[in-house]
Ligand binder design. Structure first.
Ligand code: ADP
Ligand code: MG
Length: 140
């Protein structure tokens, strides 16, 4: 295993319900270190660019509207096997299918308002981190 970095986002449904701290606690308990973090509100253009891979999916427009509907917390997480570890602690996209104890099982409202984003591969993590952070903002 190797030390990796991955991009995490606490989504508007979670910031709205004051779940930022509870979610960070779950990430830290899983051994993931928060090495960069900022609370921002995305423009439509930023959300469209971030989710460009889903452009052809039927939920793309709604997803962009959701992700710009309120503040989000964008983070870089660091740790052994961080990409997969974060996906495990997040749980399945649909909270109804997520394992007990995962962030989405405990906190998500539905398949769209599912509280967190996490990069799905090391390559995508690097691209998503570069899109959201300058190197000097990441303090490992
Ligand atoms: P994940 O976030 O688990 O990697 P995807 O990359 O497939 O999931 O989808 C990106 C995001 O789009 C999801 O986290 C969720 O917010 C939203 N989404 C996915 N599938 C649906 C759906 N069927 N209906 C509405 N929103 C969806
Ligand atoms: Mg995804």
């Amino acid at each position: 295993m190797a030390v990796e970095r991955t991009l995490s986002i606490i989504k508007p449904d979670a910031t709205e319900r004051n779940l930022t701290g509870s979610i960070i606690a779950k990430l830290e308990e899983a051994g993931l270190r928060v090495v960069a973090q900022k609370r921002v509100r995305w423009t439509k253009e930023q959300a469209e660019k971030f989710y460009e891979v889903h452009k052809e999916r039927p939920f793309y427009g709604e997803l962009v509207a959701f992700m710009t509907s309120g503040p989000i917390v964008v983070q870089v997480l660091e740790g052994e096997n961080a990409v997969l570890k974060n996906r495990e602690v997040m749980g399945a996209t649909d909270p109804a299918k997520a394992d007990a104890g995962t962030i989405r099982k405990e906190f998500a409202e539905n398949i769209e308002r599912n509280s967190v984003h996490g990069s799905d591969s090391l390559d995508n993590a690097a691209a998503e981190i570069a899109l959201n952070f300058d190197e000097h903002e990441i303090v490992g």
